[in-house]
Design a protein around this ligand. Structure first.
Ligand code: FAD
Length: 473
């Protein structure tokens, strides 16, 4: 007889493993199937999905090492510290990154044991439905579950005519395992992943060229912030070319030649490595979705309602495989929400307060609406904007670049959006998220005592500036 579960999660990334843990905590007999090729020391697929294996965590480890390298090269000297010319041991940097990945991914197996989640190694695909629930084939075995949560995530989008071998031409997987600093690195796409990877190798000494098809830079961000980012990244030496039409890409033995067009005409450039970072596509192939009638939308995402319910009763979907931002914390929120909904609770994901972060230097983070969105909606709003230059802690740390911009409703003062470019923006945005989640006003933040000297005072001053009463600018 087939193994029976209350909940079967297909996919062990942030959406899936968190959904499985929460479902088990709520008393469901839960299993999670995972089939990726990143084997752990036991030869089993690693948990953690894209995020832990080839995404958020390894990229942040490399960003940290390259940041230290750059600081040692420039910032130390300014503060009177001489360390000589820093050298980078790329193999050691990659080894450290891999150790962190191993530690975290095996940690999730430990969390599964602690929470009594059954781990099933193997690819999951729908077979059909019986009275016992949904039948899903995992590897060679068919299991049954009353509820299935599909959390199969996404993979890098590739472009026709640009074969990715993850050696000379890389997607995110190869980009996180480059074994030496390329002299000339090309990136196609100036989104989050392109900017983060470009920053890593630029800091380590590569000449970095980013080819972007769009006319605007960071189109989804507040354009005030995007303009500042473009100025700062260009100053750092990232050669960001907009309105580029990539043409023929020729892969040689040791280099890649990219032909492209800009408003200045046809261009040709040779790179030692090329990273393709032009977005991600949802993973639905191999689920046998058609056989059970699971609805996929025209863009390839599993179709879900506001509660992550698919068109099939008892089948749910979360994370990158459904609409919404492709972010690990969004996937986790949805995973928890579905598990709690199954338990009869009011599971919910608030899309209005999902923070976005780009871990460049300076970092970029925002939550809520951009000024251009509010303008397009014809909303009445007021803005407070304070530069980090006016903050003692930022000056002391040698990180005066950037600003905090807060936008509030002109009538009610409710905060509509907060946009930060500056040191530790990824941490500072948390205060804005909490305030917005509680439907707070700029006045609420203005009346809260912020520790001195801290970077959070810039958020405080921005709140005061919304009402035109900043104290330090
Ligand atoms: P995934 O993490 O993709 O996990 C899906 C899992 O399902 C995979 O392990 C896959 O092997 C498995 N699977 C697929 N099909 C099947 C099947 N049929 N049977 C069994 N298993 C299956 N997000 C952030 O929030 N912050 C960041 O800093 C950040 N940095 C990133 C950096 C990079 C380089 C990349 C590529 C992504 C980054 N992201 C970041 C995005 C983040 O990784 C994803 O949003 C997140 O991993 C989505 O989680 P998920 O659970 O939906 O899917």
């Amino acid at each position: 007889m087939a193994k029976q579960f209350d909940v079967l999660v297909i996919g062990g990334g942030p959406g899936g493993y968190v959904a499985a843990i929460r479902a088990a905590q709520l008393g469901f007999n839960t299993a999670c199937a995972e089939s990726n090729p990143y084997a752990d020391p036991k030869g089993e697929p690693r948990l953690g999905g894209t995020c832990l294996n080839v995404g958020c965590i390894p990229s942040k480890a490399l960003l940290h090492t390259s940041h230290l390298f750059e600081e040692a090269g420039h910032a130390f000297e300014e503060q009177g510290i001489s360390v000589g010319t820093p050298k980078i041991d790329v193999a050691k940097m990659i080894g450290r990154k891999s150790k962190i990945v191993e530690q975290l991914t095996s940690g999730i197996k430990g969390l599964f044991k602690k929470n009594k989640v059954t781990f099933l190694a193997g690819h999951g695909s729908f077979v059909g439905k019986t009275d016992g629930g949904w039948q899903v084939k995992v590897g060679e075995e068919v299991v049954e579950a009353k509820n299935v949560i599909v959390a199969t995530g996404s993979t890098a989008r590739h472009l026709p005519g640009i074969p990715v071998d993850n050696k000379l031409v890389c997607d995110n997987i190869g980009a996180l395992d480059i074994d030496s600093v390329p002299k000339r690195l090309g990136l196609i796409g100036s989104g989050v992943i392109g900017l983060e990877m470009g920053s890593v190798w630029k800091r380590l000494g590569a000449e970095v060229t980013i080819l972007e098809a769009m006319d605007s830079f960071l189109g989804a961000a507040d354009q005030d912030l995007a303009k500042e980012a473009l100025k700062l990244f260009t100053k750092q030496g990232l050669d960001i070319k907009l309105s580029v039409k990539v043409g023929k890409v020729t892969v040689g033995k040791k280099s890649v030649t990219v032909e492209y067009e800009t408003k200045d005409g046809a261009q040709k450039v040779e790179f030692d490595r090329l990273i393709v970072s032009v977005g991600r596509v949802p993973n639905t192939a191999g689920l046998n979705a058609e056989a059970v009638g699971l609805k996929i939308d025209e863009r390839g995402f599993i179709d879900v309602d506001g509660h992550n319910q698919t068109n099939l009763p008892g089948v749910w979907a979360v994370g990158d495989v459904v609409r919404g931002p492709m972010l690990a914390h969004k996937a986790m929120e949805e995973g928890v929400a579905v598990a709690e909904t199954l338990a009869g609770q009011k599971g919910h994901t608030n899309f209005d307060t999902i923070p976005w972060v780009i871990y460049t230097s300076p970092e970029i983070a925002w939550v809520g609406k951009t000024e251009q969105q509010l303008k397009a909606e014809g909303a009445a709003y007021k803005v407070g904007k304070i530069p980090f230059m006016a903050n003692g802690r930022a000056l002391g740390a040698g990180t005066p670049a950037g600003f905090v911009k807060m936008i509030a409703d002109a009538n009610t003062d409710r905060i509509l959006g907060v946009h930060i470019i500056g040191s530790n923006a990824s941490e500072l945005i948390g205060e804005a998220v909490v305030t917005m989640e509680f439907a707070g006003a700029s006045e609420d933040l203005a009346r809260i005592c912020h520790a001195h000297p801290t970077l959070s005072e810039v958020v405080h001053e921005a709140a005061l500036a919304v009402d035109k009463r900043p104290l330090h600018f």
